[in-house]
Design a protein around this ligand. Sequence first.
Ligand SMILES: Nc1ncnc2c1ncn2[C@@H]1O[C@H](COP(=O)(O)OP(=O)(O)OP(=O)(O)O)[C@@H](O)[C@H]1O
Ligand SMILES: [Mg+2]
Length: 269
Amino acid sequence: MSADSATDSSIETDTATGESDRYGPDDGVLVVDGLTKRFGGLVAVDDLSFAVEKREILGFIGPNGAGKSTTFNCITGVYPPTEGTVYYDGQDVTNSAFHRMVQNGMARTFQEFRPLEDRSVVDNIQISLVPDRLFSTSGLRGRTRAKAVELCERVGLGGRLHQAPDELPHADMIRLELGRALATDPDVLLVDEPFAGLAEEDIAEISTLLRNLRDQGTTFIVVDHNMRGLLQLIDRAIVINFGERIADGTPEEITEDPAVRKAYLGSED
Ligand SMILES: Nc1ncnc2c1ncn2[C@@H]1O[C@H](COP(=O)(O)OP(=O)(O)OP(=O)(O)O)[C@@H](O)[C@H]1O
Ligand SMILES: [Mg+2]
């Protein structure tokens, strides 16, 4: 970290933490290699590398402002990375636009909900269905509605099809966000803070939903502040602080990791 160590010629690879490990296109379904994002002088994401395995639920953990959403934004083409490479399904997709990433099979939910307020739950999901895949042959209007209803049922909104988004309890808003993301038929789904503002029983229900979706084949990266809820859901986590990876491992390993406790919990106890 210090200027001295940065200029120390003996430091070519950081073997102690493995942070300098490079990743290649075939290391996972989604691979981030050496991702850096600067906003002016601020380094929001700093030489971050990780790989996501097919059908895993990867937790992406870090304190406020650690760079989690920025990483999602760089992966999904919302922001161009300053440096680094993103591979999806073996292809270099760095700088691909968001709609292109969606066509590739990736979807995300946003930290702030963005439903169309004047449309019903089922309409919101129907509008999100990917036209390319659905309208490639004619006469699919009825099937589109049926597909939207089926998606509502899949995310647990089967009983709320005709309600307006602002009538939904908070947990159901998250279900709606997930339904809209699933409407593009993603293989990989990035979920930003699904547990924010949820009671413990809702967290358990949303976790069950995510696990079921994973069992049906979806790969997840999930960001959340609720460390306890997240650690119960995920298979593995990457922990970042100030845009840098400080740890990765199973929930047990993460919980025990002194660097994580210090950075995230502000203590080493
Ligand atoms: N568009 C932007 N322009 C300038 N700075 C930004 C922009 N987006 C994010 N940042 C800064 O980058 C850093 C990382 O922000 P980011 O939103 O990625 O953090 P986060 O880990 O998602 O935090 P939170 O847990 O609060 O959602 C912060 O210092 C933030 O202020
Ligand atoms: Mg964020």
